[in-house]
Ligand binder design. Structure first.
Ligand code: HEC
Length: 292
């Protein structure tokens, strides 16, 4: 069974490649932004050293994430939004105050490049006081792919980073590329989901994790996980004590999004809700009803 992750989780965005600008790292090294982000999955936050309200929260968040990540090939980046004042040395001290490991970098771009960088992450530039508590995810090919809407929990950030570190095939589908039915069924389609108020990443919410590798259904303890085989979905059957019903593509897709079945009976809270678009859902439906 997939485990729910606490805190505010990540939602996917249309992937954007980071600009190829110069950056200075906290140790004074001058690097290209793209080389810093190449090859590792990275969580990004915006801070500035003199900030007393939000930044201690952001710093202690990354401190927890840093500890939780253990030996994984992942990175944390704190960009200063006050490059005029925050030198590499100041960033180094700030990092040190959170006992940051080498995976956690402080980065500074030139003031002229800052608005462009912020715009990639959907942030307006302005006085450094007005910066965000959101955390942003950049994949191992240097593309911004997901964000939280507010300050997330450390577990959610660590989980989002780990997905790609341990499961290289769990990347959200590339733009313009449509995931196959099997990919969607096995959690490689980039479809986000939630259980209650906990957000699940696509891999954790894979259908096959609960419904079985062939959609055969099963259960754990008292929980019954129904079969998703085409015949089971399209056959007129009483479900959850309601009147007999059969799924069509439309009611199936509506149920995945709403958590309510074809005759209006609510699913058990264990069945996640999916943010799946019509096109992907049609492909998944085809796969379940014709593909196996
Ligand atoms: C965390 C476990 C879990 C995951 C992941 C999961 N399901 Fe379920 N699903 C359930 C459980 C439990 C039920 C039974 C709900 C009930 O009967 O109240 C269920 C019920 C359903 C039903 C209703 C079937 C019926 O006979 O009425 C459909 C359809 C369904 N799931 C589709 C999916 C699809 C498609 C995915 C992947 C996109 C998926 N589920 C992922 C646990 C899960």
């Amino acid at each position: 069974m997939a485990a729910a992750q606490g805190g505010h989780g990540f939602g996917p965005v249309r992937p954007v490649e980071l600009p190829d600008i110069g950056v200075t790292r906290h140790d004074g090294a001058h690097l290209r932004l793209r080389e810093v982000f190449q090859g590792r999955r990275t969580a990004v936050q915006f801070i500035f050293v003199d900030c007393q309200t939000a930044c201690p929260l952001l710093g202690s968040l990354f401190r927890k994430v840093d500890k939780a990540l253990g030996d994984t090939e992942t990175q944390l980046v704190s960009f200063t939004v006050n490059p005029e004042r925050d030198s590499a040395e100041r960033l180094a001290e700030w990092r040190k105050s959170f006992a940051a490991s080498p995976r956690w970098m402080g980065l500074r771009v030139e003031a002229a490049d800052l608005p462009g960088l912020l715009a990639v992450f959907g942030q307006e530039s302005g006085p450094p006081t007005g910066h965000t508590l959101q955390v942003f995810l950049v994949d191992s090919s240097g593309r911004y792919v997901a964000r939280t809407t507010e300050l997330p929990g450390a577990a959610a950030v660590a989980a989002a980073l780990r997905v790609d570190a341990n499961q290289p095939d769990a990347n959200p589908a590339k733009v313009g590329e449509v995931a196959s039915g099997r990919d969607l069924f096995e959690g490689r389609g980039g479809v986000m989901a939630s259980v209650g108020s906990d957000r699940l990443d696509p891999r954790a919410a894979r259908c096959s994790g609960c419904h079985g590798g062939a959609g055969e259904g099963g259960g754990e303890g008292k929980t019954v996980v129904p079969s998703l085989r085409g015949t089971a979905l399209t056959k007129l059957t009483p479900r959850r004590g309601g009147p007999a019903s059969a799924y069509s593509q439309g009611t199936f897709c509506a149920s995945l999004r709403s958590g309510v079945d074809a005759v209006g009976v609510q699913f058990s809270p264990l069945m996640p809700r999916y943010e799946i678009d019509n096109r992907s859902c049609a492909i998944l439906w085809q796969f379940l009803t014709n593909g196996q």
